[in-house]
Design a protein around this ligand. Structure first.
Ligand SMILES: Cc1ncc(COP(=O)(O)O)c(C=O)c1O
Length: 379
């Protein structure tokens, strides 16, 4: 099985812990173990916990807590995984076979570009349209989702645009999946990372073709525990568990226990509130910085996610621009080309203000040197 390189992930894995300023992040500034203990995680008790295998599809305690977020779900509808990425991977393995078609929303963080193609599935993309505030291009959607389509993937809120689908758009997507007999894989890991508007509704419960994936890494701000989950029809989730047995067996025992603290309803609200606060705190500074370049950056209003996905007006390929910033400024951001949309950059806004300011300043040094800006100054 030949696997294509996961471009964005590989660039991040190579550089994110090496550069002086990592602005390639997409989640909110990470929660510390101390903050988790302030939410009630019992560190003393954890010290006496034998580090054996945990329940491989997630402890009953954790799945019961997750059930509260997904009305109508029972324990068998939920499987706990190693991050949302493993949840997505398992769902694709189960839903697709060689020769099947899959429809993928772009731009996207592109995890499900490589694996389906490696086992012989064909990917048809449909776009979110920059000019219409990231509304799906419905003609493209109808074309991409056909009778041959077995899986449709969306991330809602979307990475990298931060856009949230309207309820009408959600219904339209679900209806089309039902009509052609495809599963909808709704990656909802950014749910709860809305800056102002109410929490994004879940696709869960709209149809028995819906599979939801999510995890602690983005809106909760706890990527390091590597806890995610799948919620779906029992038979589907059962097959995911079978795949899981072969791949990682199950999640880390301590992570499962800590996750129980994070997802308790009161704590979930506190963590989401923390995320909102950080986004609200950083928004104005981010916009001032972007707008300081005049017309160079254009963008849709921020809705969700700890990043801005901005269009820039220069002919330089996004990867080249990002590599210049990396090499000369020791600062990492994500090129649009790694997200399925050239001519854009994804820049983080979920960190400490001082850290972000210095990272943005360094990015600005490289932007100021682009011929389009130099010429503008000389006119
Ligand atoms: C939409 C989306 N889903 C899943 C993931 C992976 O999440 P996790 O760290 O929980 O595996 C990412 C990471 O960037 C993401 O953007």
């Amino acid at each position: 099985m030949k696997m294509e390189v996961f471009e964005m992930e590989r660039m991040q894995s190579t550089w994110e812990n090496v550069v002086e300023y990592d602005l390639s992040e997409s989640g909110i500034r990470a929660v510390s173990l101390r903050e988790l203990t302030d939410l009630g995680f019992d560190l003393e008790e954890a010290l006496d916990t034998p580090l054996g295998y945990s329940q491989s599809n997630g402890t009953i305690e954790l799945r019961e807590l997750l059930m509260e977020q997904y009305p109508g779900a029972s324990l068998e509808n939920i499987e706990v995984t190693n991050g949302t990425s493993e949840a997505n991977y398992l769902a694709a393995l189960v839903a697709l076979q060689g020769g099947d078609d899959m429809a993928l929303e772009v731009p996207n963080f592109m995890q499900l570009w490589g694996p389906p193609r490696s086992f012989g599935a064909r990917i048809n993309t449909f776009s979110l349209d920059f000019a219409s505030a990231w509304e799906p291009d419905w003609e493209g959607f109808e074309r991409a989702v056909s009778e041959k389509t077995r899986l449709v993937y969306v991330s809602n809120p979307n990475n990298p645009t931060g856009a949230v689908l309207s309820r009408d758009a959600m219904s339209r997507i679900v209806e089309r999946c039902e009509r052609v007999g495809a599963y909808l894989l709704a990656d909802e890991v950014y749910m709860g990372a809305e800056r102002e508007q109410e929490q994004t509704p879940s696709f869960w419960g709209m149809s028995d073709r819906v599979i939801v994936t999510s995890g602690l890494s983005k809106a909760y701000g706890i990527p390091g525990l590597r806890i995610g989950w799948i919620v779906g029809p029992k038979e589907f989730v059962d097959e995911c568990w079978s795949q899981h047995d072969y791949i990682t067996i199950g999640p880390n025992k301590l992570s499962d226990i800590m996750a129980q603290t994070a997802v308790k309803p009161g704590n979930r609200k506190k963590l989401y509130d923390r995320t909102r606060r950080i986004l609200q705190q950083n928004l104005r500074a981010m916009q001032e910085w972007l707008d300081g370049f005049g017309e160079f950056f254009t963008y849709n209003p921020h809705v969700a996610g700890a990043f801005y996905f901005v269009k820039y007006s220069s002919g330089i390929p996004s990867l080249e621009l990002v590599q210049n910033i990396l090499r000369r400024q020791s600062t990492l951001i994500v090129p649009g080309s790694h997200l399925g949309m050239e001519g854009f950059l994804r820049i983080w806004m979920g960190g400490d203000p001082e850290y972000l300011q210095e990272g943005w300043r360094r990015i600005g040094i490289e932007i100021e040197q682009l011929p389009e800006l130099v010429q503008g100054r000389d006119l």
